[in-house]
Ligand binder design. Sequence first.
Ligand code: CA
Length: 241
Amino acid sequence: MPARILIVEDEQPLTLLLRYNLEAEGYEVEAVARGDEAEVRLRESLPDLLVLDWMLPGLSGIELCRRLRARAETEHLPIIMLTARGEESERLRGLATGADDYIVKPFSVPELVARVRAVLRRARPERVAATLKAGDIELDRERHRVFRAGREIPIGPTEFRLLEFFMQSPGRVFSREQLLDGVWGRDVYIDERTVDVHVGRLRKLINRGSEVDPIRTVRGAGYAFDERFGKTAEPARKVGG
Ligand code: CA
């Protein structure tokens, strides 16, 4: 199950950018633009992490953070605060209020994504494993490298994201449309057949010789990463003899 992130930010373009990039990392993302709206939302359901802007209409991020820390249910909710540039004293106040981390605007998206991963790893280690493993396939998220049976697979960025997306949810069948949304992003127009092309390329990359294909084609539905992959014993080959 992917980690859920709530973004509270009133700058719409920034929200879109963050949503796009966090979703590309495999997170489930929700966004609201007002502090008071966020407070209501957080009483209904809790995300795994909150990206919280400092200045918000309705209720400021700093006040919301303070209130969340005062409630038992949200006392330990991971919070990354977004603050305006150069406000050193504000930053300190942000941490004093109980944010786990803060990041100063303008920031680079990869930096925020890295911070999100770091905070989640501390707070929810099971949700953001640095390495995904299934059978003899290993995907290193930080170094963007993939190995099968110990050999490194030269993989491009799209096939990497595709494999990562599959490996995050073994057994789940994704339609071509869901794969487009999850791997390429919602705002990109690409023909659904492109998905087939990339799944084909991914298969060629990861399966060599008689190796078992971990990706299942589900007729009329889409594709899935076989949850039994690597779990049913393959006949062991004896060395020597
Ligand atoms: Ca703001």
